[in-house]
Design a protein around this ligand. Structure first.
Ligand SMILES: [Zn+2]
Ligand SMILES: [Zn+2]
Length: 233
């Protein structure tokens, strides 16, 4: 079955995410755009995942629990899991290696919300920073919890595995890579033939509601569920 997805969306928990990226606004916009599945992937945290997942169940849209981790090498990695419990266990490990405090005036607010968009609190960690873990350590940590890792926006000049490491370390348990919404795949494949072995995912990396994808990128799944999508990553 072919389903329309956008697997890279930031909520207001990300310091760079708009304040109207609330759980209800994200899910309502995804429904309006007629998407079948989305993922919430905030920077180095997953504290809004449960609220968005609850709304997803209510409104009939699949929500993948996820997180966008910034490694020690400043590489962005999208980490997806089968359940909120798994992503929260992963978050515990990430928090152990995340140093510093947020400066809301400088980086932005990091809002934690419930499924009614009520503010539960503010995350005071430096979510915009890097964790003291290598790409390899993060991939191992995520896969040991049954998660899948997809290097984010590999076509960009910053925060990408290709720009920062020059290649994808061959031993990594990675099957898919993300190319930005309007990134050229043909050019990348010409430049890095290694990428031919990977599945290409397109997502919005939305920090604003209007940026969430239309029905424009599809994945083929055997089962329309979180685990069905995870199996394709
Ligand atoms: Zn990123
Ligand atoms: Zn992102």
């Amino acid at each position: 079955m072919r389903i329309a997805v956008d697997l890279h969306i930031h909520s207001a928990l990300s310091p760079c995410g708009d304040s109207d990226m609330t759980p209800n606004n994200i899910v309502n916009m995804a429904c309006l755009k007629d998407l079948d599945a989305i993922a919430v992937t905030d920077h180095n945290s997953a504290e809004n995942v449960e609220a968005v997942m609850k709304l997803g169940i209510e409104k009939g849209i699949i929500v993948l629990p996820g997180m966008e981790v910034q490694s020690r090498e400043e590489v962005h990695l999208l980490c997806y899991f089968a359940s909120p419990d798994r992503v929260l266990a992963f978050q515990e490990g990430i928090y152990e290696h995340l140093k510093g405090k947020n400066r809301p005036d400088f980086f932005g607010q990091q809002v934690i919300m419930d499924e009614k968009d009520r503010v539960k609190g503010f995350n005071d960690r430096l979510l915009i920073g890097s964790v003291e873990l290598s790409v390899e350590q993060i991939v191992n940590m995520a896969t040991s919890l049954g998660g899948r890792v997809v290097p984010a926006h590999i076509d960009r000049k910053t925060y990408s595995i290709i720009s920062n490491l020059g290649f994808i370390p061959p031993g990594l348990d990675i099957k898919s890579v993300e190319v930005s919404k309007r990134g050229s795949v043909a050019g990348l494949l010409r430049q890095y033939s290694q990428l031919k072995g990977y599945r290409i995912i397109h997502s919005s990396d939305a920090h604003r509601l209007g940026d969430i994808l239309e029905r424009e990128f599809f994945v083929e799944v055997k089962e329309v569920s979180v685990s069905g999508i995870l199996a394709q990553l």
